[in-house]
Design a protein around this ligand. Structure first.
Ligand code: SF4
Length: 414
């Protein structure tokens, strides 16, 4: 399957409206790919292109909440699961595998990856990170202590601050205690309901939760911003912050395009009434009869919703989504900002490519459903391994290096 996006799907414009040259952001290796794979990784400098810690490279989900409530008066943040990633850790407990050969271990475990990693749903960023390297996503789940170190790097923290600053421009955040998984999802849904009201009033919203089933897997994401442009069209804007004043590499760009295309699919399925109660409760294993904590009940009342159980809230949400008459997303763009001073590097207009995004989804989801093994990077993209935290232990990289060495030997002996 060809998983590469067709050329010409978006256009880059810089802060002054000029067409920009895209920086690859990568070092062109002078060594062969085989040599590159086999080299000691600490010989390389840290300036090479890195995968972005999504929602992006900028740590958006590392500190921003998928579950902070936007009320317009005061806002609420689930203090138990502050973001997509941490809520995964708290709600979806991954099982730590024993030490040993991970390939052997995976082969012995007959469960599909979704079950093996204890995941009820995937974040959109799980999929977009697969675009960079699927094997790296697997190692991140198998070795979460290494993965967590990535969240501490300054570039990720700086990205989080910029996202937070943007959110605080239009909404406040108030922490709320949650006592159950249903409470945690209630925060997300109450946020959504409040934002739907703002969208109906023609206002801008930020950090909008989106979720639903695609390819048989429940996906959860957070849209940075939705607003109406000067033509009255609904516009999606995704913020990506950069440590350098350059555009991302083609590899990073592909994951960004994939991300916003998935957001459009999820959002439009929600407002067209394609979500249903059973899909949510079956995938997430949530109890409709579960009563809420007092803090959730108080907050719901404050924002004008009368609910008692999780089932009530789901009914309310589905009704609101179906009858809200929110339009489809007409335009999509990605804003690249320089982390040091928050200045705009440029904007990329993204075109919705339905066939492409669905085919990519099918491919990446097939791994989670156990229909194929995880793949590492192709030898042409061996440069990615230079900045990978798992390079020393990566069996894919070692096998590719071995393969390439044998091929070279065979060619020389001809
Ligand atoms: Fe992927 Fe390379 Fe890292 Fe292995 S070393 S996980 S192939 S990026």
């Amino acid at each position: 399957m060809d998983n590469h996006r067709p050329e010409g799907v978006g256009g880059m414009v810089d802060a002054d409206g000029q067409t920009c040259r895209k920086s690859s952001g990568t070092m062109q290796p002078e060594l062969s790919d085989a040599e590159l794979l086999a080299l000691e990784l600490d010989l390389f400098c840290g300036e090479c292109d890195k995968p972005e810690l999504n929602e992006g490279d900028d740590g958006h989900t590392s500190s921003r909440s998928a579950e902070s409530c936007c009320t317009g008066q005061g806002t609420v943040e689930d203090t138990c699961s502050r973001n997509e990633q941490s809520s995964n850790q708290s709600e979806q407990k991954s099982e730590m595998p024993p030490e040993g050969s991970s390939t052997k271990r995976r082969k012995q475990d007959e469960r599909i990856p979704l079950e093996r990693f204890g995941r009820k749903y995937l974040n959109v960023t799980d999929l977009t990170r697969q675009v960079w390297c699927e094997q790296q996503v697997v190692y991140g789940l198998e070795l979460p202590h290494i993965e967590q170190l990535r969240e501490e790097v300054p570039v990720v923290k700086a990205g989080s601050c910029l996202h937070l600053a943007r959110e605080l421009e239009i909404q406040d955040i108030v922490p709320i205690n949650v006592e159950s998984r249903e409470d945690s999802w209630a925060v997300k849904i109450l946020n959504l309901l409040s934002m739907i009201q703002f969208l109906q009033a023609g206002e801008r919203v930020r950090e909008l939760p989106v979720f639903g089933e695609l390819e048989g897997i429940f996906l959860v994401g957070v849209v940075d911003e939705l607003c109406y442009n000067s033509k009255g069209e609904l516009e999606l804007c995704e913020l990506k912050t950069r440590g350098q004043r350059t555009y991302p590499s083609a590899a990073q760009r592909k994951s960004h395009l994939f991300q916003v295309n998935i957001y459009k699919l999820l959002f439009e399925a929600m407002i067209k009434g394609k979500l249903n109660k059973e899909t949510i409760t079956d995938h997430l294993r949530l109890r409709t009869e579960q009563p809420f904590s007092s803090e959730i009940l108080m907050h719901a009342q404050k924002v004008g919703f009368s609910i008692n159980t999780f089932g009530d809230l789901l009914d309310l949400m589905l009704l609101n989504l179906t009858y809200a008459e929110i339009p489809n997303i007409d335009t999509m763009k990605i804003e690249y900002c320089y982390q040091a001073d928050a200045s705009l590097i440029g904007t990329e207009v993204v075109y919705f490519e339905e066939e492409w995004v669905k085919s990519e989804l099918k491919h990446y989801c097939s791994f989670w459903k156990g229909q194929r093994e995880a793949k590492g990077v192709d030898i042409e993209e061996a440069w990615k391994c230079r900045s990978c935290d798992f390079a020393d232990i990566c069996e894919w990289r070692h096998s590719k290096a071995e393969e390439a060495t044998q091929k070279n030997r065979a060619n020389k002996s001809k």
